[in-house]
Write a protein that binds this ligand. Structure first.
Ligand code: C2E
Ligand code: MG
Ligand code: MG
Length: 748
C-alpha cells in the first residue's frame, strides 16, 4: 500500500479511537452526573413542597391572628370575627390557584373546606375513612403538636371520587380551637418531578449530540489533513523514486534536493507530532475541564446543602423565637422569660424596692381532669382577666406556668402588699361560670420582697416559691411571706431525704410505746407504737418531720413493714413478760395503704411473728381514706376479715364528718387532742365531744381519747363514756425497757 494511504489510514484509525474514547468518557461522566442530579431533584422537590405548605399555613395563621386581634381590641364581636376569619381562609389560594386551606375544630367538625362546602359544619370523623383512619384525626394529631406538624393522608381531588395520597401540614389556632391546614397531592409533586426529569433528559441528549458532532468534525478534519500531509510526505519520496527510476533507465530527470525532501518529511513528522501533541493536550484539557465541572457541581451541591441546613436552622430559631417569645399564647399575659427580664430590670434600679407575689391556683388539676384541658384553658383565661382587673395598673402580671401566675409590685411596704393580696383574694370570692358549671377558685400565694428577701431575680423567685410551697402544705387558699426558716427547713428536709435511706440499716430508727388506759378502771392492756429517729447530727427527730419525707421517697413501704414487725414482736415479748395479752396499735400512712401488696404484707408480718391478728390495730387517718375511697374501704374490709382491728386516728381534725362515719369499716375512733384540750376551757368543744362519744357508741365503735394531760380531762372523759385514755397524764411514749418498768410500777 502506498505510504500516503497508510498514513491516512493510521491517522484516521488513531483519531477515530481518540474520538471514541473521549465520547465514551464524556457520556459516562454526563450520565452519572445526571443520575445523581435526578435523585436530588426529586428529594428537593418533596422538601420544597413541605416548606411551601408549612409557609402557606403560617401565612394563613398570621391572617387569622390579625382578625382575632381585632376581636381582642373589641373592634369585632367574637362571632363576627370568627365568621370573617373562616371566610378569609376559605378564599385563600396559592400555587397554580388550585391549592386551598381547610379548617377543622378540635372536635373534628369541619369549619372550612373550599372544595366541598357541603362538608362544612359536619363532623369529619365519619368521612373518608381510608385504611380505618379518618384524615381529620391525622390532621388534628399533627396540628395540635406544638408548632404544628406534617402528615400523610388520602383525599379526593375536586370533581374526582377517588382519594389520592396527599402530603399535608396543619397547625392549631388556639383562640378558636381550630386546626388550619393545607396539602398537596403526591401526584402533582411526582408530575412536576417527571417534567423536570424530561427537561433534564432533553438537555442531556442535546449535550451528547453536540459532543458526537464535534468529534465527527474533528475526525474528518484530521483525516483530511492527514491526506494532505501524507501526500506532502509521499511527494518527495515519490520524486526521489522517479529520479532513481530515471537514473536507472538513463533518462534525464529533475533532481529535487534530497535535503529538501528529508527536511519536509522531518517537518511533516514534526508537525504531525505537534498535532497529536496538541490533540492530546486538548484531551487533557477536556478531561480537566470535566473534572473542574464535577468539582464545581460538587461545590454547588454542597452550597445548596449548606443553604438547606441554614434554612432549617432558621426555621428552628424561628420556632425557638416563637416559644420563647414574650407572651403567653393562652392568656396574652407576659410569660416567665419576659417576667424575669422585667424583674431583673427592676432590680437594677438604685435603692429600689418591690414585691414578688407568686400565685398558684388551688385544686386546678381537678378542673382539668374533670372538664378537660380546653375547658381548663378557658378558665385560665378568665382567671388571668380577673387577676388583671384586681391588680393596680402599674403592677406587672405574668403567667409563668400551667396555673401559676406572678405579680410584681412597686412596693415592699407590708400594708400595701397585704392590701393587694386582699384585693385579689376578694376578687376570687366570686365563682367562675363556664358552660353551665360554677367553679370556686382560690389562690395560694408566696411572697418575697426586695431587698429583704433577695437581691437577684433567681433568689427572689425561689424564695417566693418556697413560701408558696409552705402555704400549699399547710392547707392552701392562704398567703405567706418568705422567711429564712423556710430555706432552712428545705435544707433540713433535703438532708433528711438524703439520710433516711440509711437510717434503718444504721439502726437509727426505733419505736416508743405509749400506753392507753382503760377509762373505767385504769388498767393498761394496749398501747400505740410511735416512730423515732435518732439522727447522728440533728438529734431526735419527730415523725411529723420525716414521715412525709419517707412517703415522698417511697421508703415508708419498707420502713412500714419494719415498724409492723418490731411492734408485733414487742407486743409478744410484753405478753410473755406480763402473762397477759397486750394489744398494739400501729400508724399506717396513705402511701402504705395505697400499695397493692399492703393486705398481703400485713398477713405476712402476722404469720412471720406469730402475733394473733386480734392484737393488732392499724391507725389510719381520714386523709388516708380520701386518696382512693373505694380501694381503701376494700383493703380495710379485707384486713378486718383477717381479724385485724382498724382505728380512725385524729378524728375531729381535717374533713371529719359524723355523717359518713357509719360507712367506714372501723372498730375504734381516736378523738384528736384538739377536742380533749378544750375540756374545762370556756368555748371548749365539749358538747361536740359528747355528741361524738354517744354517736360512736351507737355505731358500736370504741373511743380512745388522745393527748389527755390533766385530771379534769380524765374525769370528763370517764363521765362521757370514753373507753380508753392516752396521753401524758398517764405516760409519755416510752422505749421498751421503760414501758415494762412503768407497767410493773403501776401494778404494784
Ligand atoms: P398520732 O398517731 O396522732 O400520735 C399521737 C401523737 O401525740 C404522738 O406524737 C404522741 O407523742 C403525741 N402525744 C401523746 N400524748 C400526748 C399528750 O398528752 N400531749 C401532747 N401534746 N401530745 C401527746 P408523735 O409521736 O410525735 O407522732 C406524731 C404523728 O406521727 C403521729 O400522730 C402519727 O400520725 C405519726 N407517726 C408516728 N409514728 C408513726 C409510724 O410508725 N408510722 C406512721 N406512718 N406514722 C407515725
Ligand atoms: Mg396514731
Ligand atoms: Mg392522733
Amino acid at each position: 500500500m502506498r505510504l500516503d494511504r497508510q498514513i491516512v489510514l493510521l491517522t484516521a484509525l488513531l483519531s477515530g479511537l481518540l474520538a471514541l474514547s473521549m465520547g465514551l468518557f464524556g457520556l459516562f461522566n454526563l450520565r452519572s452526573a445526571h443520575e445523581t442530579d435526578m435523585k436530588r431533584n426529586r428529594l428537593l422537590l418533596y422538601e420544597q413542597c413541605d416548606r411551601q405548605i408549612r409557609m402557606q399555613v403560617e401565612i394563613a395563621l398570621s391572617l387569622l391572628e390579625g382578625v382575632y386581634q381585632q376581636q381582642v381590641r373589641g373592634e369585632l364581636p367574637p362571632a363576627q370575627a370568627k365568621a370573617q376569619a373562616a371566610q378569609l381562609v376559605r378564599s385563600l389560594r396559592y400555587g397554580e390557584e388550585n391549592n386551598y386551606f381547610w379548617i377543622d375544630d378540635y372536635k373534628g367538625t369541619n369549619v372550612v373546606l373550599p372544595i366541598d362546602q357541603q362538608a362544612e359544619g359536619k363532623n369529619r370523623y365519619d368521612f373518608l375513612d381510608y385504611k380505618g383512619t379518618p384524615a381529620v384525626q391525622l390532621a388534628l394529631e399533627a396540628g395540635r403538636q406544638p408548632g404544628g406538624g406534617y402528615f400523610d393522608y388520602w383525599f379526593p381531588r375536586p370533581g374526582e371520587g377517588e382519594a389520592m395520597p396527599k402530603r399535608g401540614y396543619a397547625r392549631a389556632f388556639a383562640p378558636y380551637e381550630w386546626v388550619v391546614g393545607t396539602g398537596r397531592w403526591i401526584d402533582d409533586i411526582e408530575r412536576e418531578a417527571a417534567a423536570r426529569q424530561q427537561q433534564k433528559e432533553r438537555d442531556m441528549r442535546s449535550d451528547l449530540i453536540g459532543f458526537v458532532a464535534i468529534s465527527l468534525v474533528g475526525l474528518l478534519v484530521t483525516v483530511g489533513m492527514s491526506v494532505l500531509l501524507g501526500r506532502r510526505i509521499a511527494a518527495p519520496i515519490r520524486a526521489m523514486a522517479n529520479r532513481m527510476r530515471a537514473e536507472a533507465e538513463g533518462r534525464p530527470s529533475e533532481y529535487p534536493a534530497e535535503a529538501d525532501g528529508v527536511e519536509e518529511v522531518r517537518e511533516l513528522s514534526f508537525a504531525f507530532a505537534q498535532m497529536t501533541g496538541a490533540l492530546k493536550e486538548r484531551q487533557i484539557a477536556l478531561v480537566r475541564q470535566n473534572e473542574e465541572l464535577s468539582a464545581l457541581y460538587e461545590e454547588v451541591s454542597a452550597t445548596e446543602e449548606t443553604l438547606h441546613e441554614q434554612f432549617k436552622l432558621l426555621l428552628q430559631s424561628e420556632e425557638r423565637y416563637r416559644t420563647l417569645a414574650y407572651y403567653d399564647v393562652l392568656t396574652h399575659l407576659i410569660n416567665r422569660t419576659r417576667f424575669k427580664e422585667v424583674l431583673e430590670q427592676r432590680l437594677l434600679e438604685p435603692d429600689g424596692t418591690g414585691t414578688l407575689l407568686y400565685f398558684d391556683l388551688d385544686n386546678f388539676k381537678e378542673v382539668n381532669d374533670t372538664f378537660g384541658h380546653p375547658y381548663g384553658d378557658k378558665i385560665l383565661q378568665m382567671v388571668s382577666q380577673r387577676l388583671l382587673a384586681a391588680t393596680p395598673q402599674e403592677t406587672t402580671v405574668a403567667r409563668i406556668g400551667g396555673d401559676e401566675f406572678t405579680v410584681l409590685m412597686n412596693s415592699a411596704d407590708t400594708t400595701a402588699v397585704m392590701a393587694a393580696v386582699e384585693a385579689i383574694q376578694t376578687a376570687f370570692l366570686t365563682p367562675f361560670y363556664l358552660d353551665n358549671s360554677r367553679h370556686y377558685l382560690s389562690f395560694s400565694i408566696g411572697i418575697a420582697s426586695w431587698p429583704a428577701h433577695g437581691e437577684d431575680a433567681d433568689t427572689l423567685m425561689r424564695h417566693a416559691e418556697l413560701a408558696l410551697y409552705d402555704v400549699k402544705e399547710k392547707g392552701k387558699n392562704m398567703w405567706r411571706v418568705f422567711g429564712i426558716e423556710l430555706d432552712e427547713a428545705l435544707r433540713k428536709r433535703r438532708r433528711l431525704e438524703a439520710h433516711l435511706g440509711e437510717a434503718v440499716a444504721r439502726r437509727e430508727l426505733f419505736l416508743v410505746y405509749q400506753p392507753q388506759a382503760n377509762a373505767v378502771n385504769g388498767t393498761v392492756s394496749r398501747c400505740e407504737a410511735l416512730l423515732r429517729w435518732q439522727h447522728p447530727e440533728d438529734g431526735l427527730i419527730s415523725p411529723d418531720a420525716f414521715i412525709s419525707v419517707a412517703e415522698k421517697t417511697g421508703l415508708i413501704i419498707p420502713i412500714g413493714y419494719w415498724i409492723l414487725e418490731q411492734a408485733a414482736l414487742f407486743a409478744l415479748r410484753l405478753a410473755k413478760r406480763q402473762g397477759a395479752e397486750s394489744a398494739i396499735s400501729v400508724n399506717i400512712s396513705a402511701v402504705q395503704l395505697a400499695d397493692a401488696d399492703f393486705v398481703a404484707g400485713v398477713a405476712r408480718v402476722l404469720e412471720n411473728t406469730g402475733l394473733p391478728p386480734s392484737l393488732l390495730e392499724l391507725e389510719i387517718t381520714e386523709s388516708v381514706m380520701l386518696a382512693d375511697w373505694q380501694d381503701s374501704i376494700d383493703k380495710l374490709r379485707q384486713l378486718r376479715a383477717m381479724g385485724v382491728r382498724i382505728a380512725l386516728d385524729d378524728f375531729g381534725t381535717g374533713y371529719s364528718s359524723l355523717t359518713y362515719l357509719h360507712q367506714l369499716p372501723i372498730d375504734v375512733l381516736k378523738v384528736d387532742r384538739a377536742f380533749v384540750q378544750g375540756i374545762g376551757h370556756i368555748g371548749g368543744r365539749t358538747e361536740i365531744l359528747s355528741t361524738i362519744l354517744s354517736l360512736a357508741h351507737q355505731l358500736r365503735l370504741q373511743v380512745v381519747a388522745e393527748g389527755v394531760e390533766t385530771e379534769e380531762q380524765v374525769a370528763f372523759l370517764r363521765g362521757s363514756g370514753c373507753d380508753f385514755i392516752q396521753g401524758y397524764y398517764y405516760s409519755r411514749p416510752l422505749v421498751e425497757a421503760e414501758y415494762a418498768a412503768w407497767l410493773k410500777r403501776r401494778k404494784s
